[in-house]
Unconditional design. Structure first.
Ligand code: AR6
Length: 334
């Protein structure tokens, strides 16, 4: 998965580069900076002394010394005042400059802490949003695996409102497998609500078709495999393969495997990630999942959260992953 949110101590990450939330002196400090210097040993400080500091929003690279990571990229985040002093642009710059530096040094795997979100006071939810936006934008253009490392889960939450909203949705919809009748009745009442766009598209496409042709197409689609449906939907949406797998947060190798094997059975999170990237309706998502041997269930928190987002037409995979993370569920992607 090109972008992953993980809970860990960044000093334990075995990646090409970890990013340090440093200060302008680059001579160490508290928080993640202190932890990185302690784990790397004195060699890191000695190299940092040669760098002449670093401006806010910029980044510099050193070796990793005793760390499992090969390099440390030191970046200096903004001190948050009130959000009106250019903090966001500076924080974006930290991520962008660090990623560019990592790319120039040939790094394939990079781990970031949530820069500025500790001592420097940047609100954690906004800091995470900036991280996700810049990193996912970068990954549309470059092949790399990037981790956002969340150290302290208690200190990290999606917005209170979204969290409460999803929690209520889970409470309202969580049902025992055997009393799943509600789901059916809801679907019967509003089967197309979340897919007006695609319904109209289907309707427009089919209006010149005879009933026989239409039936013929539908029968062929019953036998379609997951991989065939995926490729058909990519064509129908008029997007490229790369646009699809990048938006799904799936790496190119896995996509090639699926493309070349019509009987490929993806994992459930992978299948859902494609449904999200193709912006399928709930009904189409279920259809795609069935082809991979899965279903969305109302007795599963993960599934209800997915349903929450699809039924609201929110197909931002990173936001969905943030919410899944907050509810301790596995994330979408490979
Ligand atoms: N692994 C991953 N994340 C961590 C770790 C860890 N081991 N330790 C803390 N965090 P902060 P800033 C998280 O304060 O806000 C230093 O003194 C932490 O929970 O380290 O950019 C520097 O020298 C928080 O979410 O960095 C500067 O003076 C995030 O890392 C100043 O602090 C960043 O918190 C920089 O402040």
């Amino acid at each position: 998965m090109p972008l992953e949110i993980v809970r860990n101590d960044i000093t334990k990450m075995k990646v090409d580069a970890i990013v340090n939330a440093a200060n302008r002196s680059l001579l160490g400090g508290g928080g993640v900076d202190g932890a990185i210097h302690r784990a790397a040993g004195a060699g890191l400080l000695a190299e940092c002394r040669t760098l002449g500091g670093c401006k806010t929003g910029e980044a510099k690279i050193t070796g990793g010394y005793n760390l499992p990571a090969k390099h440390v990229i030191h970046t200096v985040g903004p001190i948050y005042e009130d959000g009106k002093h250019g903090e966001k642009a500076l924080l974006e710059s930290c991520y962008r400059k660090s990623l560019t530096l990592a790319k120039e040094q040939g790094c394939e795997t990079v781990a970031f802490p949530l820069i500025s979100s500790g001592v420097y006071g940047y609100p954690k939810d906004q800091a995470l949003k900036v991280a996700i936006d810049v990193i996912s934008g970068f990954l549309l253009e470059h092949e790399m695996t990037v981790y956002i490392v969340i150290f302290d889960k208690a200190a990290y939450r999606i917005s209170e409102k979204l969290f409460t909203d999803i929690a209520e949705y889970i409470d309202d919809n969580y049902v025992n497998e055997h009393t799943d009748y509600r789901r059916e009745s809801i679907r019967m009442r509003a089967p197309r609500q979340a897919s007006i766009g695609s319904f109209e598209a289907d309707f427009c496409e089919c209006k010149e078709m005879s009933v026989e042709d239409d039936l013929d197409i539908r029968i062929k689609q019953i036998d379609e495999s997951f991989s065939q449906m995926l490729l058909r939907k990519i064509d129908e949406k008029g997007i490229t393969d790369a646009q699809c797998y990048k938006k799904a947060n799936i790496d190119r190798k896995l996509f090639s495997k699926i493309r070349s094997d019509i009987h490929y059975k993806p994992s459930k999170p992978t299948a859902i990630a494609f449904a999200i990237s193709l912006e399928l309706s709930l009904e189409e998502t279920e259809d795609m999942l069935r082809k991979a041997g899965f279903a969305l269930s109302r007795s599963n928190k993960f599934d209800i959260i997915i349903e929450y987002f699809i039924s609201r037409g929110n197909y931002n995979i990173f936001e969905i992953n943030e919410a899944l993370f907050a509810f301790d569920q596995s994330l979408l992607g490979a």
